[in-house]
Ligand binder design. Structure first.
Ligand SMILES: NC(=O)c1ccc(NC2CCCC2)nc1
Length: 253
C-alpha cells in the first residue's frame, strides 16, 4: 500500500517508517510512505504556508494553494506507484476532530485502497476551500484536539498496516482473529510462572487448545460486558461464537 503524507513536519514519520512492525513492512516494501512538504510548493522567498485568518481571531490558517499543489504531486506519485488516483482508489483523507471517528470497522474498510493521501493540518486548521475541493473524507481518532494531524495520521497508518495481509505473520492466528472482531482482548500471560505472588490461569498451561480458546473467548466476553457495555450491545456473534456463548452462558453472567 502507498501512503502519501502531506505534512510540514515530515521527520515525525520516522516513528512509523523506521520502527516496529510498520517499519518492517516499509523495509519489506509491503508499504511505501512518502512525506510531501507543502513548503516545497510555495512561490515566495519565505516559503509561506500559513496566513492570518480572514475575519480576525487568534492563530494562523494553512493556505490552500501550497496544499493543493502538494496533493496534485502526491497523486502523480501514487500513479507512478501503479495506483489509480481517483477517490475510489486513492482517497484524500483529512485528519481532524470534525471527522468520523476511526474504529476497527473503518480500518478494515481502509485496507481496500491501493493508496491514500493523508493531509495533516497544523495551526488553527486549513482553508475551507481546500477541504471542499480536494478532501474526500475526514477522519478523527477521538474527541480531543491536538496541535497537528501528524499523530492521528500515524495512528491511522499503524492500524491499517497491521491489518494488511501477511504483515503480522502468525502473530494474529486465524481463530484469535475470529474472536477479536468487536470484543475487547483477553488477558495475556508469559514467563515467569509466578510474579509477585501472582500465578498464571491453569488452563493456559494445559496445552489443551480448545479449552484455551474457550477460556480466552469467555474472558473477552466478560471484559467487554464489564468495561464496554456499548460494544457488547453491538456485538453480533458469528455462528461459532453463538454456539460457544450458549455453552458458556452461566460463566459470563
Ligand atoms: N482527534 C483528531 O483526530 C485530531 C486531528 C487533528 C487535530 N488537530 C489538527 C487539525 C487542524 C489543526 C490541527 N486534532 C485532533
Amino acid at each position: 500500500m502507498y501512503f502519501a503524507v502531506i505534512t510540514i513536519l515530515p521527520e515525525m514519520f520516522t516513528a512509523v517508517s523506521e520502527f516496529g512492525i510498520t517499519g518492517r513492512a516499509v523495509q519489506n516494501k509491503q508499504v511505501t510512505i512518502e512525506c510531501i512538504n507543502p513548503r516545497d510548493f510555495t512561490t515566495d522567498n519565505y516559503r509561506r504556508i500559513d496566513e492570518r485568518p480572514f475575519g480576525g481571531g487568534p492563530g494562523m490558517v494553512m493556505m490552500a494553494e501550497p496544499l493543493a499543489k502538494a496533493i496534485e504531486y502526491a497523486k502523480s506519485q501514487a500513479s507512478q506507484h501503479g495506483c489509480a488516483t481517483d477517490a475510489a482508489h486513492c482517497p484524500v483523507i483529512y485528519l481532524s476532530p470534525q471527522g468520523g471517528t476511526l474504529n476497527e470497522t473503518k480500518v478494515m474498510a481502509l485496507r481496500q485502497y491501493d493508496a491514500m493521501i493523508l493531509l495533516c493540518g497544523r495551526y488553527e486548521g486549513i482553508d475551507e476551500r481546500l477541504l471542499q475541493r480536494y478532501v474526500d473524507m475526514e477522519i478523527s481518532i477521538g474527541d480531543f484536539v491536538l496541535t497537528g494531524g501528524e499523530l492521528p495520521a500515524m495512528v491511522l497508518m499503524d492500524s491499517v498496516i497491521r491489518r494488511l495481509p501477511d504483515v503480522m505473520g502468525d502473530a494474529k492466528s486465524a481463530e484469535q482473529d475470529s474472536f477479536v472482531e468487536g470484543l475487547l482482548d483477553c488477558p495475556h500471560y508469559t514467563k515467569p510462572h509466578e510474579f509477585e505472588g501472582l500465578t498464571v490461569p491453569e488452563v493456559l498451561l494445559s496445552g489443551h487448545h480448545a479449552n484455551i480458546a474457550k477460556w480466552r473467548f469467555v474472558e473477552q466476553v466478560k471484559r467487554t460486558k464489564q468495561r464496554r457495555p456499548d460494544l457488547w450491545q453491538q456485538f453480533t456473534p458469528n455462528a461459532e461464537q453463538a454456539r460457544l456463548l450458549k455453552k458458556v452462558k452461566d460463566e459470563i453472567k
